[in-house]
Write a protein that binds this ligand. Structure first.
Ligand code: G6P
Length: 368
């Protein structure tokens, strides 16, 4: 095994571990203790228009689309703006209706994804203001958008996106706070959320301590070829993202679902020992998720639960529990995603696969 100069075997693992520092860079200068002001310099040119926003449209592909789905909860909850999330590749071939005062957001790590670029051009010509949530400075999407917010997480080399995902979610959270504050969000709630966001790098650091536990878990489960990932609310997109990581680098078939949808079909798949990863932090969906876990257990599925520290209920029925620090429910995917990234990573390594360059995939898809 070749180690790079930082001592990590793979870029992906290095990037997973970089997340506390990467997110600190994403948040730096944009939030302050005790302040309800969110300073997003890249939006200053259009700041006066922002309060007029009546509708939001988030666009992206792959992992960026998952971050957008979390953004939908954030914008609706914190800013009270109806929000839609579209696969860029679908949006561009439809006849998208762009109402006046629509703020569109193109989410892209590389800033070069052909479908995302085409979708942003399409809605721009239909009158939407388009913002970019991009990592690569000077990329095509960054140049073609009207304004935007950079992730500032440094280059991401591993094909499976990790630190860019958590940074996209953090940026969307800051944008939702900014828009919310310009509308009806109270200063107190804004300060509370901003301060909680500033604790996330440390909480991710704590979640990274699960690495050995997750590796041991991967050793037990790696032979299984079909997995489910369940979550509710903001952790439904986190479940989709967890499943995508496993598919991308381990070539294991996995499906992410809103936990309550399981009973409308996918529950038929559950057989003896099927791994079912359930994201179950203590939020308003907790009791419901508990009963979803019971449904899986009664069909002999093997439940791997990601729960909040101090949880006593889920771990009584789940087969395995991974404890992550508690946070504000809306921000929880920033923490719950971390053990799922590690789980996909260890499964891929155990299967002897090329973690950083999985078959058939490219880091940036610049063809249509
Ligand atoms: C490719 C990558 C994915 C990524 C997607 C969007 O398919 O393999 O990891 O999420 O493109 O990339 P972007 O650079 O636009 O975020």
């Amino acid at each position: 095994v070749e180690l790079d100069h930082t001592g990590f075997e793979h870029h992906m693992l290095k990037e997973i571990y970089e997340q506390p520092d990467a997110l600190t860079n994403t948040l730096r200068g944009r939030l302050r203790e005790g302040s309800d002001k969110v300073t997003l310099g890249g939006l200053s040119l259009i700041a006066r228009e922002l309060p007029r926003t009546e509708r939001m449209l988030l666009m992206g592909c792959g992992t960026a689309w998952h971050a957008g789905l979390i953004g939908e909860y954030l914008f609706e909850e914190l800013a009270g703006i109806p929000c839609e999330v579209e696969y860029a590749s679908e949006l561009r071939y439809r006849n998208p209706i762009v109402l006046k005062n629509t703020l569109a957001v193109a989410v892209s790590q590389s800033g070069e994804t052909a479908d995302t670029l085409a979708a942003l051009r399409e809605v721009q010509t239909r009158g939407a203001r388009v913002l970019g949530v991009v990592n690569t400075v000077g990329s095509t999407i960054a140049r073609e958008t009207d304004a935007g917010v950079y992730l500032h997480v440094g280059p991401e080399i591993g094909v499976a996106s990790t630190k860019a995902f958590t940074a996209q979610v953090a940026v969307l959270a800051m944008m939702a706070l900014d828009l919310g504050r310009r509308r009806h969000l109270s200063p107190e709630r804004t300060v509370a959320l901003a301060e909680e966001l500033m604790t996330i790098p440390d909480k991710i650091r704590t979640a990274l301590d699960l690495d050995d536990e997750v590796k041991a878990l991967a050793e037990k489960l790696v032979e299984r070829d079909n997995w489910l990932y369940l979550g509710r609310g903001v952790n439904f997109p986190a479940a989709l993202e967890g499943a995508l990581k496993l598919k991308e680098i381990s070539y294991i078939h996995a499906e992410g679902l809103p936990a309550a949808e399981m009973k409308h079909g996918p529950i038929a798949l559950i057989d003896d020992g099927m791994p079912v990863v359930v994201i179950a932090p203590q939020d308003h969906t907790y009791e419901k998720v508990l009963s979803n876990i019971e449904e899986v257990k009664s069909r002999k599925g093997r439940v791997i639960a990601v729960v909040s520290e101090g949880d006593t209920e889920v771990c009584r029925i789940a087969d395995e529990c991974l404890y992550v620090p508690k946070t504000e429910p809306l921000l929880s995917p920033l923490v719950t995603s971390v053990p799922l990234q590690l789980l996909a990573y260890h499964c891929a390594v155990l299967r002897g696969l090329d973690v950083d360059k999985p078959r058939n995939l490219a880091k940036s898809v610049t063809v249509e």
